[in-house]
Design a protein around this ligand. Structure first.
Ligand SMILES: NC(=O)c1ccc[n+]([C@@H]2O[C@H](COP(=O)([O-])OP(=O)(O)OC[C@H]3O[C@@H](n4cnc5c(N)ncnc54)[C@H](O)[C@@H]3O)[C@@H](O)[C@H]2O)c1
Ligand SMILES: O=C(O)C[C@H](O)C(=O)O
Length: 317
């Protein structure tokens, strides 16, 4: 059984993730962490969630805190703390402001919970994963971000609708940045176990339109309803269940790669990784030429933003 701590629990994604994670049978304790001054709101969240646990018959010890010292003994931290983007902003516009929050938080967690797993949701998630890895001092397997898992789910849903099949029949991946330079892996896309380009209807697939829709999905939802919540909240729970259940699923998350993909590495970015109770382990891959080219471009972009943020963080200390 495990203790799960949610940082940024008063936010839209944090509180819905608390709800989705509470459905995972391996969770015995859940701690909601918010900023000082938010005690009443956190207390209200605990009462409201407790009612839902009772209605569902879930037995989880739920508590809240505004003090990171109380997070000791957590098995997994989910970090949703930080600014979300506003309509018209790019996720990367948030990089430095959110990096300051993540660096400070990660430093504390690394010292007080050296065996924990640290799961980043805060955007830009690839850069935040690198910042958390550096400042926590944890091992690469212990630190990862939601990466392109949500993008992969969005593409899966579009493909399933196009071919009129159940979503569980579709396997697909998007790698690279959780952002503009994301790269769809059509070579790794199957329907009912059959490679998508072996299906007669493949020639009519509006592939570019689909990937454009995925690329702009977060932006469109934020413009229409203010924030993306249900997609990320369920995606977060999938990852937490995979870890706590020691499931060894291969999901596409932001992880530190040394050189696993065509010799490309030294960056935190979305890649397929085997995920279990010990953490996240990128899977070496062989890709099509155009996919490698797209991935290289994405890596160069994320490396540059990460380096700039790290430099500014150091200068600000
Ligand atoms: N990676 C993904 O796929 C994905 C999906 C959805 C949201 N996000 C990101 O998650 C983050 C949260 O989104 P949201 O919609 O819940 O935002 P929100 O504004 O509703 O919540 C933000 C939370 O961060 C906390 N916070 C803000 N500044 C802080 C600081 N200086 N120190 C500590 N805590 C602070 C707030 O108190 C609040 O709890 C954003 O960065 C958003 O872009 C990522
Ligand atoms: O788009 C955003 O800013 C939120 C999140 O990254 C998403 O893709 O839903």
């Amino acid at each position: 059984m495990a203790k799960v701590t949610i940082l940024g629990a008063t936010g839209n994604v944090g509180i819905f993730a608390a709800h989705t994670i509470s459905e995972i049978p391996y969770v015995s304790d859940m701690l909601l962490v918010g900023r000082p001054g938010r005690e009443d709101f956190l207390a209200g969240c605990c009462r409201d969630l407790s009612d839902s646990f009772a209605a569902r018959g879930t037995d989880i010890r739920l508590s809240y805190s505004t003090n990171l010292a109380d997070t000791k003994d957590s098995d997994i931290f989910i970090c949703t703390a930080g600014m979300p983007r506003q309509p018209g902003q790019d996720r990367n516009d948030l990089a430095f402001e959110n990096a300051k929050i993540i660096a400070e938080t990660a430093e504390t967690i690394g010292r007080s919970s050296p065996d924990a797993i640290l799961f980043l949701v805060t955007n830009p998630v690839d850069v935040m994963t690198a910042v958390a890895l550096k400042y926590s001092g944890l091992q690469p397997r212990q630190v990862f971000g939601l990466g392109t898992h949500l993008d992969s789910m969005r593409l899966k849903s579009l493909i399933a609708r196009y071919f009129r099949v159940h979503v569980s029949e579709v396997h697909t991946r998007i790698i690279g940045e959780h952002g503009e330079s994301m790269v769809p892996l059509w070579s790794a896309t199957t329907i009912g176990g059959i490679r998508i380009n072996h299906l007669p209807t493949f020639s009519g697939l509006p592939a570019q339109e689909m990937i454009d829709t995925v690329r702009t999905s977060g932006e469109a939802i934020i413009r229409d309803k203010g924030s993306t919540v249900y997609g990320p909240g369920e995606a977060i729970a999938t990852l937490v269940r995979t870890i706590l259940g020691d499931e060894n699923r291969i999901l596409t998350v932001s992880s530190y790669i040394k050189s696993e993909i065509h010799g490309i590495g030294d960056v935190c970015i979305g890649v397929p990784a085997r995920i279990n109770r010990n953490g996240v382990f990128p899977v070496p891959l062989s890709l099509e030429e155009d996919e490698v080219a797209g991935f290289k471009e994405s890596v160069v972009k994320i490396r540059k933003i990460t380096a700039e943020v790290m430099e500014r963080l150091e200068a600000a200390r």
